[in-house]
Design a protein around this ligand. Structure first.
Ligand code: AP5
Length: 216
C-alpha cells in the first residue's frame, strides 16, 4: 500500500496516470478537480461559487478542497490513495500531512511530472473525457477507436471541459507557478520528491512511476 501525490501543471498527465495506477495497483484516485466539478452541478450556493472560480482558471479556497479530501480519507483505500491535483498550495500540503498523521498513515512518494508549457497547450486544447467512467482522450494523440464512443465503457457521453481553453489555461498555469510549484521545494526538502519525464509517451511515464513506487 502506498499514498502518493502526482504533482504537475494542468495537462501534465496526472489524471491519465492516476487511472492507470488504479487499474494496475488497486489504488484509489482522489482528484479534487473531479470532486469540484461534481460540486458545481449540486445546485448549491457553494457549487455556483466554485463554478465561477474554476471557469476563470483560479484556485478554489483551501478550506473547501481540504474539506473534500478529509471526507474521502475517512473511507480508506486498501491499495493507497493517489492525490491528483491536491495539494496545490502550502497550506493544503500541511493539511494533508496532518490528516494522514491522524489516521496513522504516511505519504510514500511525491511524483513531479515534468512537461513544458508548449506541450501543455496542445494537450489541454485537444482533451476530452468520458462523462461516465472518466477515461481521458486526446483528438490527436489518443482518440477513441469508434467515433463518439468511449473505448473503456462504451458510453457516448464524451465531454470537453469548459476551462480547457487558451485563456483559462493561461490563468491555470499562472496559478500553478505562483502557488503550486513551491511544493516542489517543500517535498524535496522532506526527501519525498521524485521527478519523471511527463513528455514521454504514456506507457513510458507509467513505467517511470512504477519504478518510483517499487522503491518507496
Ligand atoms: P484539475 O481538474 O485538477 O485540472 P488540472 O490540474 O488543470 O489538471 P488537468 O486535469 O487539466 O490535467 P492532467 O494533468 O490530469 O492531464 P490529463 O491526464 O487529463 O483542476 C481544475 C480546476 O479545479 C483548477 O483550475 C481549480 O480551479 C480547481 N482545483 C482543483 N484542485 C484544486 C485544489 N487542490 N485547490 C484549489 N483549486 C483546485 O492529460 C491531458 C491531455 O494530455 C489528455 O488529452 C491526455 O490524453 C494527454 N496526455 C496525457 N499524458 C500524455 C502523454 N504522456 N503524452 C501525450 N499526451 C498525453
Amino acid at each position: 500500500m502506498a499514498n502518493i501525490i502526482l504533482l504537475g501543471p494542468p495537462g501534465a498527465g496526472k489524471g491519465t496516470q492516476a487511472k492507470r495506477l488504479e487499474e494496475a495497483r488497486g489504488m484509489v484516485q482522489l482528484s479534487t478537480g473531479d470532486m469540484l466539478r461534481e460540486a458545481k452541478t449540486s445546485g448549491t450556493e457553494m457549487g455556483r461559487k466554485v463554478a465561477a472560480v474554476m471557469e476563470r482558471g483560479q484556485l478554489v479556497t483551501d478550506e473547501i478542497v481540504i474539506g473534500l479530501i478529509a471526507e474521502k480519507l475517512e473511507k480508506g483505500a486498501k491499495g493507497g490513495f493517489i492525490f491528483d491535483g491536491f495539494p496545490r498550495t502550502l497550506p493544503q500540503a500541511d493539511a494533508l500531512a496532518d490528516l494522514l498523521a491522524r489516521k496513522g498513515q504516511t505519504l510514500d512518494a511525491v511524483i513531479e511530472m515534468q512537461v513544458d508549457d508548449a506541450a501543455l497547450v496542445a494537450r489541454i486544447t485537444g482533451r476530452y473525457t468520458c462523462g461516465k467512467c472518466g477515461a481521458v482522450y486526446h483528438d490527436v494523440t489518443n482518440p477513441v477507436a469508434v467515433a463518439g464512443t468511449c473505448n473503456t465503457c462504451g458510453s457516448q457521453d464524451l465531454r470537453r471541459r469548459s476551462d480547457d481553453n487558451e485563456d483559462a489555461l493561461k490563468t491555470r498555469l499562472m496559478e500553478y507557478y505562483k502557488k503550486t510549484s513551491p511544493l516542489i521545494g517543500y517535498y524535496y526538502a522532506k526527501g519525498q520528491l521524485s521527478a519523471v519525464d511527463g513528455l514521454a509517451e504514456p506507457g513510458t511515464v507509467a513505467d517511470a512511476i512504477a519504478s518510483v513506487l517499487d522503491k518507496a
